[in-house]
Design a protein around this ligand. Structure first.
Ligand code: GLN
Length: 394
């Protein structure tokens, strides 16, 4: 075999589905409820700060770990809200999106042969990140309708080879907000087995129905064994800026920064200033955003209910998983393809959030971080689905 080929370790890694669904949405002129990005405006003050930074010649490399002002703002905001003390210089690294923060965290902490526990369904990057590091993902299922996990199964997943567990709360794709009790179980297991928690908290500000986000690092005994990733993308509707961060115990920060420096050098400079502006928005920004999203969540649930989907109400993030097993399609991919092509609504097939798609429940994910108009248009298009189904099943 020629040596001019992709590395073998990529063979077991599937292509990302999100970008592909957005491509299909464009191709079929469909309402795009697939990839998780808002189709509404980012806050004006945040955009103004980015433009001002460009005009003020903030256009060369930023310090690799992030500008001091931005790192300080991230640390101050996190400490204020969660009561976790942070030293920005030693613990905060600004990355190109929390996706890079996650990769740098996993790559810098996982050795070949280490096991990494991942809750399933999961955001698609964690498994590939672990495999790129030479680690072995080990999956623990969460079950609808409330996406609980079986504590005994989780206990069994921990072994002498376990190096880390990835937690994502509020969760993509399920919208589950892990309770303090659930996190406490995880925290005790981490301490018992001397395991690192890597906590993706990108949706930390998007919670509904009085749910509270509990950062893993705030639990007793966890600050020194938790890396938290977060970012501007979801909270401030700037997914294209690629600004995220890792908050790490000082002992792990050097490794993360080393990798980050080699992967991307630094995150785009003008957005560090914009990040400072974002994190100084008043609390009313966040309460307004939460109220808007909760209303959109309710609208999405209403739409799905009226069109015959069994949908699981999310407590946070901006996605809804809906069961599609009874619609007679061979797979969720077939169903998602039908929906984007024939009905004009793009979604993400649920099995792409599972390691073994064959054993995944047949579901699709709807993203509702969209203008009300967009959601109403999806509603109108789904009427065709309801009609077609009426004929099919008659
Ligand atoms: N986080 C977003 C989602 O889940 C986008 C992911 C991506 O494009 N890789 O849809």
């Amino acid at each position: 075999m020629s040596r001019i080929r992709s590395a073998r370790r990529l063979a077991s890694i599937a292509d990302s589905v999100f970008g592909e669904m957005t491509r299909l949405a464009r191709l079929h002129n469909a309402v795009n409820l697939s990839q998780g990005f808002p189709d509404f405006e980012a806050p004006q003050a945040v955009k103004d700060a980015a433009c001002a930074a460009i005009q003020a010649e903030q256009n060369q490399y930023a310090p690799p770990s992030g500008t001091k002002a931005f790192r300080d703002a991230i640390a101050a905001d996190y400490s204020r809200r969660y009561g976790v003390r942070l030293v920005a210089d030693e613990q905060v690294t600004v990355c190109c999106g929390s996706t890079e923060a996650m990769l740098a965290s996993i790559m810098s902490c996982i050795d070949p042969g280490d096991e990494v526990i991942i809750f399933e369904p999961f955001y698609e990057n964690y498994g590939p990140d672990a495999m790129l590091a030479g680690g072995e993902p080990k999956y623990v299922r969460m079950h609808a309708p409330d996406w609980h996990f079986d504590e005994a199964e989780l206990r069994r997943a921990f072994t002498n080879r376990t190096r880390a567990i990835v937690i994502n709360s509020p969760n993509n794709p399920t919208g589950k907000v892990f309770s303090r009790d659930e996190l406490q179980v995880i925290a005790e297991l981490c301490q018992q087995w001397d395991v690192l928690a890597i906590s993706d908290e990108i949706y930390e500000r998007i919670v509904y129905d009085g749910h509270a986000h509990v950062p893993v690092a705030s639990l007793p005994g966890m600050a020194d064994r938790t890396i938290t990733t977060g970012g501007l993308s979801k909270t401030f509707s700037v997914t294209g800026w690629r600004i995220g961060w890792a908050i790490s115990p000082p002992a792990l920060t050097g490794g993360i920064r080393k990798l980050h420096d080699f992967i991307t050098v630094a995150a785009p400079t003008p957005f560090h200033d914009a990040g400072v502006a974002a994190l100084s928005l008043p609390d009313t920004y966040y309460s307004g955003m939460r109220a808007d999203y909760q209303r959109k969540r309710d609208l999405m649930m209403d739409i799905l209910g009226r069109h015959g989907f069994t949908a699981y109400r999310p407590g946070g993030a901006y996605y809804v998983i809906a069961d599609v097993s009874r619609f007679g399609f061979d797979s969720d991919f077939d169903f998602a393809r039908y929906l984007v092509r024939d009905v004009g609504v793009a979604t993400v097939p649920g099995s792409s959030f599972y390691a073994g798609p064959a054993s995944a429940p047949k579901t699709i994910r709807f993203c509702f971080s969209k203008r009300d108009d967009t959601l109403h248009e999806a509603d109108r298009r789904l009427v065709n689905f309801t009609k077609a189904r009426g004929t099919d099943t008659a």
